[in-house]
Design a protein around this ligand. Structure first.
Ligand SMILES: Nc1ncnc2c1ncn2[C@@H]1O[C@H](COP(=O)(O)OP(=O)(O)O)[C@@H](O)[C@H]1O
Ligand SMILES: [Mg+2]
Length: 277
């Protein structure tokens, strides 16, 4: 099938590799609202995947389900081929214990719109806490690594500062360093620049771009179309809880296939013609 009737538009290609993340037909309901209505997505090692779509299309719910902040009502998710949220006992699937879920969540990091740094901890402690307390990295080693990461995000002079003394852009760069500090298999971003004053957006996007260039596997929910076009390998368009279009970034903008994506790009001031060349 072609066109919108088939639901999902994907560039065909054979990828003979276990994805780092697979989301397969995931359904998530909140009461009468179906936030995810059979959403599917695969993310391979080293890929940067941008998720775009109108407000309410299920983007946050998707990454929150992957991070197991929400339980799903249907479908399945896999991290490196391992089923997320469930374990198989004598052939039966059982929801994972909290400890089991925590073990799986250790292999991913989420960067939130509102940074979510611990206000009563220094920048350094915010970064070293999970490596030390959760991953058992020796304190000295975790600190050295945190200082390296702070240097990389341009904040080595802020190690002893508290989050309230930092701008939103600086806080988000700390949150990104914190996410990387546990060396996750995948980094999930949910509109990391949406809470920032416009003049602070670029420094965070630059930090993410640099991170992408180091080969990190990243899923980025964003409204920043330029960033998606320039940094993402693939762009995914969601509408009404489904992945409608999933294509290499250049094709996504140059040749959007679904009417809904075309309308979305036009509304965002990016008609296909404008982005050509
Ligand atoms: N905790 C919740 N309780 C009830 N409804 C929710 C909750 N979270 C999301 N929703 C609903 O699910 C749908 C998808 O929301 P969301 O994933 O936040 O979309 P997006 O991030 O694309 O804007 C929306 O209709 C939203 O109102
Ligand atoms: Mg959202």
């Amino acid at each position: 099938m072609t066109g919108e009737s088939s639901g999902l538009i994907v560039t065909p290609g054979v990828v003979d590799e276990v994805p780092v993340l697979e989301v397969a037909n995931v359904v998530k309901r909140f009461g009468d609202t179906t936030a995810l209505d059979g959403a599917s997505l695969k993310v391979y090692e080293g890929e940067v995947v941008a998720i775009l779509g109108p407000s309410g299309s299920g983007k946050s719910t998707l990454v929150r389900c992957v991070d197991q902040l929400e339980a799903i009502d249907g479908g399945a998710m896999f991290l490196d081929g391992e089923l997320l949220g469930y374990e198989r006992i004598h052939g039966h699937l059982r929801p994972l214990t909290d400890a089991g879920r925590r073990r799986q969540r250790r292999r991913m990091s989420m960067v939130f719109q509102q940074f979510n740094l611990f206000p009563h901890w220094s920048v350094l402690r915010n970064i070293t806490e999970a490596p030390v307390a959760v991953h058992g990295i020796p304190e000295r080693e975790a600190r050295a690594r945190a200082m390296e990461l702070l240097e990389r995000v341009g904040l080595s002079d802020k190690a002893d500062a508290y989050p309230r003394h930092l701008s939103g852009g600086q806080q988000q760069r700390v949150a990104i360093a914190r996410g990387v500090a546990v060396d996750p298999r995948i980094l999930l971003f949910d509109e990391p620049t949406s809470a920032l004053d416009p003049e602070l957006v670029d420094e965070v996007l630059q930090t993410m771009k640099q991170l992408a260039s180091t080969g990190r596997t990243m899923v980025v929910v964003t409204h920043e179309l330029e960033f998606a076009r320039n940094v993402a390998d693939r762009c995914v368009f969601m509408a009404e809880g489904k992945v409608i279009e999933d294509r290499p970034a250049d094709e996504f903008f140059r040749d959007p296939r679904s009417a809904r994506l075309r309308a979305f790009l036009a509304r965002s001031g990016r008609s296909p013609i404008e982005v050509e060349g």
